[in-house]
Design a protein around this ligand. Structure first.
Ligand SMILES: [Zn+2]
Length: 494
């Protein structure tokens, strides 16, 4: 007799149903798992044997073949433990199931004493099972319950041990499914670091434009002028995550986390970060720890940009362009979402005082330009805005705009243009990026004078669109284009 039940596997944030089949054969007792099981799945044979024996089920009594289909997909992770245990018990005739096990799906790691442990990427796995019309119930570990409540699915039930699961399957205890609802807490944003930065009006304006329109930003300036403070204030200036974004984020990073989960991610990896750590390159990288994915939907802050390893910086080209990273691993390909806003900071020269009015810079010109060239052209090319910050002046005061007003403007513009954020070509004749009259003339002049490529022109117009939105204008005007062009900070690269 063949018994069937369901579980799931995942490739990064993409879950898929796995059918577990078990069949007894008359041969010496053994558990054989087929269907490309990974190392953790292979080990589950010993775990399950010990766990089930402890609960009074000495299995297997003969040879059991457990097959995981589709056979061509590699199955990784400990989430299959529970489903395989149920299939083994059913095949041995030790489960008096009142519920059809082929329409139940199981996710959970089994401890040797029968407790159920939560698994990583539970949200991706459970979402795939929840959407499968063949599946009526998804049984998960209690440890994953808070995370899975985000799905608000009536199919999902949480249990803390195998015994509880068996009791439910045998209809000895029926706990009605109560979909929980999750309401984001009202937390006032921490805008203290924005208010701490004195002066730096141009940088603050650039940051506001960057956050409103999702334009990558580079802050250049001597040490101690507030580059890091400004970058750190960024996450508090954009609206908190909504539920859909939180689900995306938890799915992609593979774990629920703790603390205020609705806060925008802000990741600031050190410049000694490895390729594996930043973009998940190499085969051994843990998918849960890839910085660009942890920053998905939020901000990636790279301080001291030229100090990052060249190959690490180059690897950012793909996520900056596409909003995801593609990892090629042995036998599989994983796509991880990585749609973040890049805020980078750097000194203009090795000593840091090249553009400073108060302190002299003694760096030889060749070393200054070599320092800047450590960051390649294609990376600079993907940065939309660049501002040079000077030393604070004695008359500088806090910004005339409070953080609350800036936040409000940014939220308004993000609501307006969210769907048009992107890097592809834009239509300059029709639609929101249309240039008319003086604006068109101004752009034609600009292209002629500066031999501007289409790509550079489109980038400038995109920024100008955000400026016009911040000012509440329907059409892009010359002033918007001028401001966008100034914020390209071309002089810095000469
Ligand atoms: Zn210098």
């Amino acid at each position: 007799m063949v018994v069937r039940t369901q579980s799931a596997t995942h490739s990064g944030p993409h879950g898929a149903t796995v059918e577990i089949e078990a069949s007894l054969q008359s041969a010496l007792p053994a558990i054989v798992i087929t269907g490309l099981p990974g190392d953790v799945v292979k080990e589950s044979r010993e775990r399950l044997r010990a766990c089930l024996a402890g609960l009074g089920f000495p299995v297997p009594s003969s040879r059991v073949v457990v097959h995981l289909s589709p056979a061509t997909t590699k199955k990784q992770g400990s989430q299959l433990d529970l489903g395989i245990a149920i299939a083994l018990l059913a095949a041995e005739g030790k489960l008096d199931a009142r519920r059809p096990i082929e329409h139940c799906a199981f996710l959970g790691e089994l401890c040797l004493d029968g407790r159920l442990r939560g698994v990583s990427f539970a949200l991706a796995l459970a979402q795939a099972l929840d959407r499968d019309p063949q599946i009526d119930h998804v049984l998960v570990a209690q440890e994953n319950a808070a995370e899975l409540a985000l799905l608000e699915s009536p199919k999902i039930r949480a249990f803390s041990s195998l015994t509880e699961v068996l009791e439910w399957m045998e209809a000895k205890s029926i706990s009605p499914a109560k979909p929980q609802t999750i309401v984001p807490p009202e937390v006032p944003p921490d805008v203290s670091s924005w208010d701490q930065v004195q002066g730096q009006m141009l940088a603050k304006r650039a940051l506001e434009i960057a956050l409103a329109g999702h334009h990558h930003l580079l802050l250049v300036g001597p040490p101690g002028v507030g580059k890091s403070l400004l970058a750190r204030s960024a996450a508090s200036l954009i609206p908190r995550l909504d539920k859909g974004e939180l689900i995306e984020l938890v799915k992609s990073r593979g774990f629920y986390g703790s603390g205020d989960l609705w806060e925008r991610p802000f990741r600031a990896p050190h410049h000694s970060a490895s390729l594996q750590g930043l973009v998940g390159g190499g085969n051994g990288a843990q998918l849960e720890c890839v910085e660009v994915t942890l920053a998905h939907g939020g901000i990636l802050f790279l301080d001291e940009l030229p100090e990052f390893r060249k190959d690490v910086l180059e690897s950012l080209r793909e996520p900056l362009q596409n909003g995801f990273v593609q990892l090629n691993r042995v036998g599989s390909q994983v796509i991880l979402p990585a749609d973040f806003l890049l805020i980078a900071a750097m000194n203009p020269c090795p000593c840091g005082y090249a553009f400073d009015t108060k302190r002299p810079c003694y760096c030889p010109p060749a070393s200054s330009s070599a320092y800047r060239r450590k960051v390649s052209g294609p990376i600079y090319d993907r940065i939309d805005l660049c501002v040079v910050l000077g030393s604070p002046q004695s008359g500088d005061s806090a910004s005339r705009d409070t953080a609350a007003r800036v936040r409000e403007r940014i939220s308004r513009v993000r609501r307006l243009r969210r769907q048009e954020v992107g890097t592809g070509p834009i239509d300059l004749a029709e639609g929101p990026f249309a240039l008319r009259g003086d604006s068109r003339l101004w752009c034609e002049n600009l292209c002629e004078k500066n031999h501007l490529s289409f790509r550079s022109l489109h980038k400038t117009v995109r920024v100008a669109r955000t400026v016009a939105d911040l000012e509440g204008r329907d059409a892009i005007e010359v002033a918007d284009l001028q401001e966008a062009w100034e914020l390209r900070c071309r002089d810095f690269w000469k």
